[in-house]
Design a protein around this ligand. Sequence first.
Ligand code: PBG
Length: 325
Amino acid sequence: MEISRRPRRNRRSEPLRALVRETSLSPAHLVMPCFARDGRNLSEPIPSMPGCDRHSVDRLVALARAWSDLGIPAIALFPATAAEAKTADAKAALDPDGLVPRAVRALKDALPHLLVITDIALDPFTDHGHDGLLSPDGRIDNDPSVEVLSAMAVVHARAGADLVAPSDMMDGRVGAIRESLDRAGFQDTGILAYTAKYASAFYGPFRDALGSAPRSGDKKTYQMDPANRREAMLEADLDEAEGADILMVKPGLPYLDVLRELRDRTTLPLASYHVSGEYSMLKAASERGWIDYDRCLLESLVSFRRAGADFILTYGAADAARLLS
Ligand code: PBG
């Protein structure tokens, strides 16, 4: 007897679709990236990121409480450093009373259960906008940069960061950070490694948010070539060997193939970063009435999960959490 295969049978009704659904998405899978600035009771809009502001620390704490109440377990913190505090040597990155350590302390005091992830890279603090230090001939100087990044990680750990997230793409930084954290007694502070971070044009709105666009050149000598997939596996092997606790792919949707391949290769948890340009595209198109922001957002996020992400950094975290509740 011929069996008729009719896949639509399993799609007949919502309860049936829910029963056979392969991938779950909940607020527990979302991390909210956010921008801190100096001052009190201030929220300053970022024109290219509608719905995202730079917040003074007091405001950020209040918002973080709301995000946490929505079931979001973690935030990723980025500092909008005042232009006059930026220097060639990025020394503000090591200030124990700088914006990041102050924000971390305030957040952990008020909301001990909310995980705080801090960014390890020098671009918010350098006057030239690069993630590492420049040598006199204008190149990014790997090993001296790694020293500063390691010290920065210890400053963040001391302030109470749960995870430090090196986004700088210097060689050897994960191992150096692990060693520095251990030596300073922070064995329990985790490393979320930006393992495969591509030199992407989708970071544009983020650089508006921080005023961190590179003054000269681009980031192609340290961030990866969008054309490369195998190289991401090399970066993953190195980060894993150097002691990373979680690996991340960035940007998000254009790199789902990389995420999928990493999922098949490592036993470590995997994160994906749905970056600023991806978020702003959804917002801009929906403002024109061309797409439905809510549905496109949820579809994007479930796609990350389907491709193998354990969790997703997305500026739409609060919107999605509200939609999912
Ligand atoms: C820099 C950093 C960037 C992002 C996170 N950390 C931008 C860059 O590399 O220039 C981008 C995030 C986003 O676009 O949402 N260390």
